[in-house]
Write a protein that binds this ligand. Structure first.
Ligand SMILES: O=P(O)(O)O[C@@H]1C[C@H](O)[C@@H](CO)O1
Ligand code: GUN
Length: 295
């Protein structure tokens, strides 16, 4: 177990080398499968799976619904790595460890991070089962100095003071919106602001009202640290929230959420999430090829 002080570029390098020595095709897209997207990894062709417990320096998944393995393989002709299960701060992991896989992927050559999550809606017009393309985030722990970038900066990953403008890539957002419309999901799809809180408890009514006033459309317990680290090291990021519940913002309502509800809605919407991300990956492949031609 490393402390923050002994966390080094070399640890990520060690993990990347270990994986590179075993993986047939290095990935260009990494997909963090939040609740509801785990089955996407089962659709990869020519798959290679590595349980987190076998990968040097990797934490392990402790949350029901998060399987805990990396799966490498091809999706619509693109070499991908899927994280079947992610790490959360509420599991007791420090933020640098929660986000360690992103830096490992960077060292393996990943250009684009696709990150999904389950979230509660704060926006009156969103319904359970809707999808929200993340256009920006409010990183509550980050505002309180709990950032994955806290501590000595290693310039080989990125700058000391990174800008977060356009973290959620404009082009990927409009592409995903077009795909959602094309697949017939115009009624489900939104674009909004995701707010990350530490969890593991769901929000009190006063907290929910507070977050809505701040400008958040949905709230969850992940994603922002991963997006910050990906942006810091120069990846393009696409984020998608599955709205698993509407967060109660009035008193004297019996309608409380629990993790089983989150898992049930995730299962219900699993196919739609898979279809959308698969189509997006196919389009990203062409975009990345065009970018390379221009370089
Ligand atoms: O990994 P995600 O953000 O999809 O996990 C969801 C959100 C919370 O961690 C937890 C709440 O049920 O599941
Ligand atoms: N914080 C938070 N995380 C969630 N994940 C899924 N639903 C919710 C929610 O209502 N609040």
């Amino acid at each position: 177990m490393h402390s923050r002080e002994d966390f080094r570029y070399e640890h990520c390098e060690e993990t990347a080398c270990w994986l590179q020595g075993r993986v047939r095709t290095p990935p260009t897209i990494a997909i963090i499968c939040g609740s509801g997207l785990g089955l996407l990894a089962d659709t990869l062709s020519n798959p290679q799976a590595f349980p987190y417990s076998e990968i040097p320096n990797f934490p392990t998944s402790t949350v029901p619904g998060h399987a805990g393995e990396l799966v490498f393989g091809m999706l619509r002709g693109t070499s991908c790595v899927c994280m079947k299960g992610r790490f959360h701060v509420y599991e007791g992991y420090p933020l640098w460890k929660v986000t360690l896989p992103i830096r490992v992927f960077k060292l393996m050559g990943v250009k684009v991070l696709v990150v999904t999550n389950a979230a509660g809606s704060l926006c009156e017009s969103y319904k359970t089962g809707d999808l929200m393309i993340i256009k920006d985030h409010i990183n509550m722990p980050g505002l309180a100095s709990l950032s994955p970038l806290t501590g000595p900066n290693d310039d080989r990953f990125g700058p000391r003071f990174p800008s977060l403008l356009d973290t959620y890539d404009n082009n990927l957002r409009s592409t995903a919106l077009d795909i959602a419309h094309r697949l017939g999901h115009s009624e489900l799809i939104h674009e909004g602001v995701y707010c990350m809180v530490g969890g593991p408890n769901f929000e009190s009514v006063a907290e929910a009202k507070f977050l809505r006033i701040l400008g958040a459309d949905a709230v969850g317990m992940s994603t922002a640290p991963e997006a910050v680290v990906a942006k810091h090291c120069g990846m393009r990021v696409f984020g998608l929230s599955l709205i698993t519940n509407c967060v109660v913002q009035v008193y004297e309502v019996e309608d409380f959420v629990d993790h089983n509800t989150v898992l049930e809605v995730s299962k219900w919407r699993s196919q739609i999430l898979q279809d959308l991300i698969t189509e997006l990956v196919a389009t990203i492949k062409h975009q990345e090829e065009d970018r390379q031609d221009m370089e």
